[in-house]
Write a protein that binds this ligand. Structure first.
Ligand code: HEM
Length: 142
């Protein structure tokens, strides 16, 4: 069951990371081509027609599988080891990511997706996901 959870976790991390990469790195290219107003319309259409329906399923599965795997470690977790420190760091970063995602969804639903906070939340999530993936891999090595 642990191995299945790990596969689910990895697939969801790839999809979620891909969505954030598209939002932060690829989509802004449309801003230069179509201008700010049209870009916002395109972004809104993508989020409303697809994003809001599909992405939460992957985010939820990512956290459920993550906590499921974590419950195997929690009993013997030794925070003096590099593994323990990195795992806890990864989880704290992941909790921040969840807070930023909920905040971004909340801002979008309230029609505040043009606010700077919405943009900064995306940048923070982008950097944190990168750090989470690196921690997840090096915690087994060092
Ligand atoms: C933004 C959220 C998250 C991302 C992007 C993420 C990403 C990843 C990635 C890429 C791996 C490596 C998987 C592999 O080697 O096959 C991993 C492993 C792991 N993650 Fe997450 N994770 C997230 C949230 C969480 C949460 C919330 C928890 C637990 C509370 C968690 C617990 C774990 C555990 C225990 C492993 C080790 C699995 C293993 O290799 O045995 N993750 N994570």
């Amino acid at each position: 069951m642990y191995e299945i959870a790990k596969i689910v976790h990895l697939i969801c991390a790839v999809v979620f990371g891909g969505v954030v990469f598209t939002e932060v790195v690829l989509l802004p290219a449309l801003r230069d081509r179509f201008g700010e107003k049209e870009f916002r319309n395109i972004e809104k259409t993508i989020i409303q027609k697809r994003g809001i329906k599909i992405v939460p399923i992957f985010v939820l599965s990512l956290y459920i599988s993550g906590f499921y795997m974590f419950h195997f470690y929690i009993k013997d977790l030794d925070l003096s080891t590099n593994f323990g420190k990195l795992l806890i760091t990864k989880i704290i970063l992941a909790i921040f990511v969840l807070i930023f995602v909920i905040m971004a969804i909340f801002l979008f639903i309230r029609g505040n997706s043009e606010s700077k906070l919405f943009e900064y939340a995306h940048y923070a999530v982008f950097i944190f996901i990168f750090l989470i993936i690196v921690s997840a891999k090096i915690m087994f090595i060092i």
